[in-house]
Design a binder for this molecule. Structure first.
Ligand code: CA
Length: 225
């Protein structure tokens, strides 16, 4: 799950970035509207979720908001507005401009994370926090996985992020580039075999037949896994 964080307060952005990364999100952070627009236009690196500050140095967030959405996305792009503007008129304007939720500063990180999970569910990433596919169930809140009713194991965050992408989109084949984009931020140093290492570790936990390899193309979890 890739989050685009658009926030020009560096200290706040750093805190949110760290909290999201701990939760297994890949985070791209930008401070300017122009950078955000460049980011959403990249085909394979487009975000799954946006956190948008309204007071940006080069454009008002409300003006930027409609420009973030693209018609060729598989799913709607949820936008959470995060701002110090707490007047009722500001909230109404934010929601009427296409924001999916509105959180005013200061806020608790736990609430931000819970609200993001609500937006994910609403965007079609499962009805509850738990995704069940075949013998594998994955709790997207606790990052715990259970195979065929066995013991629950907590997955390291990249393994969790990788399994989540595949399980949320069963039947869809993901290339190495697409998986890297979901797992890592643009400024992360990514080893060329990083995805293979995570897949290897995951298969030891899910059983070798759960994640399928399509030679030369990528990986998938079958719809009827
Ligand atoms: Ca600001």
């Amino acid at each position: 799950m890739k989050v685009l964080l658009i926030e020009d307060d560096e200290l706040l952005a750093k805190g949110i970035h760290a909290a999201l990364v701990r939760e297994g999100y890949a985070v791209d952070h930008v401070a300017r509207a122009s950078e955000a627009l460049a980011m959403v236009r990249q085909k394979d690196a487009a975000p799954d979720l946006v956190i948008l500050d309204l007071g940006l140095p080069d454009m008002d967030g409300l003006e930027l908001l409609p420009k973030l959405r693209r018609k060729d996305y598989d799913r709607p792009l949820p936008v959470l507005i995060l701002t110090a503007r707490d007047g009722i008129n500001d909230k109404v304007a934010g929601l009427d401009s296409g924001g999916d939720d509105y959180l005013t500063k200061p806020f608790e990180v736990a609430e931000l994370l819970a609200r993001l999970r609500v937006l994910e569910r609403r965007a079609g990433y499962g009805e509850t926090a738990v995704i069940q596919l075949g013998k594998v169930s994955l709790d997207t809140a606790s990052h715990r996985m259970q195979v065929a009713g066995g013991d629950e194991v907590e997955l390291p965050r990249r393994e969790f992020a990788l399994l989540r992408v595949l399980m949320e989109n069963p039947g869809r084949i993901y290339s190495r580039e697409q998986l890297n984009s979901k797992l890592y931020s643009w400024d992360d140093e990514v080893a060329s075999n990083a995805v293979d290492v995570h897949l290897h570790n995951l298969r030891k936990k899910t059983g070798s037949d759960f994640i399928r390899t399509v030679r030369g193309v990528g990986w998938l979890v079958e719809k009827n896994a």
